[in-house]
Design a protein around this ligand. Sequence first.
Ligand code: NIG
Ligand code: FE
Length: 410
Amino acid sequence: MSKLITNIKQLTQIRDKDISFISAKKMDELPSISDAYLLIENGVINDFGKMSEIPNFGNIETINAKDKIVLPAWCDSHSHSVHTGNRSDEYMQRIKGASYQQIAENGGGILKSSSQINAVSSDDLYTESKNRILSIIKQGTGSLEIKSGYGLNYESELKMLEVISRLKNSLPIEIKSTFLGAHAIPKNYKKDDYLKLVIDKMLPDFIDKKLVDFVDIFCEENYFSVDDTKLLCNKAYELGVASKIHTNQFNSIGGIKAGVEFGALSVDHLEVINQDDIQALKQSKTMPVLLPGCSFFLGIDYANARNLLNNGIPFAIASDFNPGSCPTGNMNFIISLACNKLKITSEQAINAATLNGAYAMGVSKKTGSISKGKLANLLITEKIDSIDDLPYYFGENLIEKVLIRGEEIN
Ligand code: NIG
Ligand code: FE
């Protein structure tokens, strides 16, 4: 199957296929061709170039992208998009003054989502999650990492991971599965006993069942410690699985350093960061993943993206789509928020939400840039003046067409 896109006002984020992520120094650039064409063959980017040099491809299906920009689909490397129900009651409690931590201490928060997951059937969880994800694909998400972590017991963590596996098989986008059994301490458990269950039983079993691409832990005061994080990452490492760590959301307790030490693929959140954390990240291959939607919704600090860049540290941005701290997976909004609140340019935000996001979920060989041989996971914008219009019109969705493996999503 061949498809041609012609008259593209700007074909953007063109990179060598072998570049795995964009360094801090390069994040302000988006290599582009103006007045371009792009050829798709069997779902893959086959060729692109200037319209003035377009070969004769014969009579093939053509999309005219005059006055429109074409770029890679969003790579959302951190989500909890498999969940059920919502926590809008807690949202109102927070508006009235309760903190996220206070709500959690009173049995709400992650534990509330956990009781909802325990009560739902696997089929219902699958259908609800699939519909939720279909709607974010239409908004431009072409790759999505999804975490377990609301089960908090063997059966329900398994249920979540099996649902993620069914979603991988039924949706056209790239999906990676992260086992986040160590997300919170379930009721009636001592932390160490629960962690032992996660490390000694759940992790190896779920890896055996081929349900785990990555492992994750919430490294935070009142949740899991740095030592817990090291134990889990070490076991995952022995079993050949890379880690992605929730850390530095409310306190800096050393999760970043532990992640870097164990070669974590990413360290995520980073709203609170100190000089030791910066030192650990310098020269590491661990990608910081910033989640501005969570700061927006919880009213907590935004990650200091400029500090990372000034220290030569790149980053990705992701949605954190979940019922407690960010009930949206709309990456267009996340990009607007990133520009506005992290004080970054459109180019930096788009690099963070495409190739660096792809790296943070292990799919940068397949997607995240316009490169020959990568998947034709593409966004065609509406008629816009420049790439800056995307974050500028916050709350709008200026993506007119989403192509996943070359097929238009309707
Ligand atoms: O990334 N911080 C930990 N976990 C999620 C929130 C989970 C929840 O509140 O349901 C996060 O923000
Ligand atoms: Fe999260």
